[in-house]
Design a protein around this ligand. Structure first.
Ligand SMILES: Cc1cc2nc3c(=O)[nH]c(=O)nc-3n(C[C@H](O)[C@H](O)[C@H](O)COP(=O)(O)OP(=O)(O)OC[C@H]3O[C@@H](n4cnc5c(N)ncnc54)[C@H](O)[C@@H]3O)c2cc1C
Length: 400
């Protein structure tokens, strides 16, 4: 297997790099470089710039606004985006609900939703997890009872990221309580303005509002907003979760963090020696870089293999990407914490949001380090916890 890029792929990489250099608005680039949080408006405006170029949803079929790049160019595009560093388009839209609609939606649903999903006119959130139904998702209990042309939804979702920004939710509901757990689930698109929906924030350890609890109290959802067949939602959910997992390795993002740690460590003096030149720091960085290289090669292997698999079939090696990818993201943020030292300690949320009018305590990058470190702990939980990935690797890759 030849894992080198072809001349055509190298030319493509230069084109993409130049685009990110010129098209990414300076204020959004600055925020992403510093690790500051983006507002909803930042995310929307950047996705619309990408969409105007035809690059918001490159992995979708050309008919629905995608490209015919294939897996390698898609991979190059994603890596360059993370190295730029540019924000990712909203994954709930482009990697989750969009591909499900393309594969299983009706023509009317595709025509209505897909252009709005690509352009972020509709912001989607993911209503899968419930108290008591996370790793064991099939035990979910939120119910949908058919009444004429509507489903009447009752129950609770949890850990719903960005539900406070969302216009719509793609949601799993139980439509047949008597069937075996996987067989009685339906996939609905729910307008978040529907009466009977309450969104409550859950604050997190980084001092932010990422996710929410969502309650449904007799919320009426038109049957026309069901994706695919009633009671077949588990099939669509599995397809979606496979897509989610492959995107979680984020090799480019870890490379960017390590590069940044090295740059910042040159400015931190330990006596007369810059931190970057101490043997312990160099050893730690080298260890992560070697592992990142191995992960990158594994990712390329998965990308090359994807060409041979039937559409929608997931390579079990994507669990390795999720597992190692999340561990390395965490290791990279740990190095940054070491670099920052006491400068990471002060809680300065207005600097994180780029709304501060005063000077930060310490260097301008200091306030972003600890929140990034704390949030990245979640990478080993979301998208299927790492224990679950180890089970998949043991069974499907190692045959144990
Ligand atoms: C930052 C973040 C954002 C999220 N955003 C969303 C979202 O937008 N929408 C959404 O629907 N969900 C979201 N989630 C939820 C996420 O998908 C779940 O947290 C995840 O699936 C784990 O489920 P749980 O939290 O219920 O933990 P549990 O399933 O209760 O697991 C608890 C612990 O037990 C371990 N465990 C469980 N079963 C096994 C087993 N069979 N073998 C070995 N170990 C096991 C787990 O690995 C974990 O360590 C988000 C989570 C996080 C952290």
């Amino acid at each position: 297997m030849d894992l080198r890029f072809t001349p055509d792929e190298l030319a493509f990489r230069d084109e993409v790099r130049t685009f990110f250099r010129t098209a990414l608005p300076a204020d959004i680039r600055r925020k992403t470089e510093l690790g500051q949080r983006l507002s909803k408006e930042d995310t929307v405006s950047w996705q619309r710039i990408l969409n105007a170029k035809g690059w918001a949803v490159p992995h979708w079929p050309a008919e629905w606004g995608g490209t015919d790049w294939g897996p390698v160019k898609n991979y190059v595009f994603r890596e360059e985006m993370q190295l730029a560093p540019a924000p990712d388009p909203l994954s709930f839209n482009v990697s989750m609900v969009g591909p499900v609609l393309i594969a299983f939606g009706t023509d009317a649903q595709k025509r209505h939703f897909l252009p709005r999903v690509a352009n972020l006119d509709y912001w989607f959130c993911q209503g899968f997890s419930e108290p008591g139904a996370g790793s064991d998702l099939a035990s979910l209990r939120t119910s949908a009872r058919r009444e004429g042309d509507d489903y009447v939804v009752n129950g609770q979702k949890i850990w719903t990221s960005r539900a406070h920004h969302a216009d719509w939710m793609f949601c799993l509901v139980r439509t047949d309580p008597k069937a075996k757990p996987q067989a009685g689930i339906t996939y609905l698109l729910i307008d978040m303005k529907t009466p009977g929906i309450t969104v409550r924030p859950i604050p997190t350890i980084d001092g932010e509002h990422h996710f929410n609890e969502v309650f449904f109290d007799d919320a009426r959802v038109p049957v026309a907003n069901r994706v695919g067949e009633e009671n077949k939602g588990w099939t669509y959910a599995k397809f979606l979760l496979g897509n989610e997992r492959t995107g979680i390795a984020r090799v480019g993002a870890s490379k960017y963090r390590i590069q940044r740690a090295k740059e910042l460590a040159r400015t931190i003096m330990l006596g007369a020696t810059p931190l970057a030149e101490t043997p312990r720091f160099r050893e730690k960085v080298a260890d992560i870089e070697v592992q990142l290289k191995a992960l990158e090669i594994t990712q390329m292997r998965v990308v090359c293999n994807a060409r041979k698999l039937p559409p929608g079939v997931q390579d079990p090696a994507s669990s390795v990407l999720k597992l190692k990818g999340s561990e390395l993201q965490q290791a990279a943020t740990e190095i940054l914490m070491e670099v920052a030292g006491p400068d990471a300690l002060a809680l300065q949320p207005e600097h994180l949001w780029g709304t501060a009018t005063d000077e930060p305590i310490g260097p301008e990058w200091g306030p972003m380090i600890a929140p990034d470190y704390f949030y990245t702990r979640a990478a080993s939980i979301y998208g299927g916890s790492n224990e679950i990935q180890r089970n998949v690797i043991a069974k499907r890759l190692l045959g144990l």
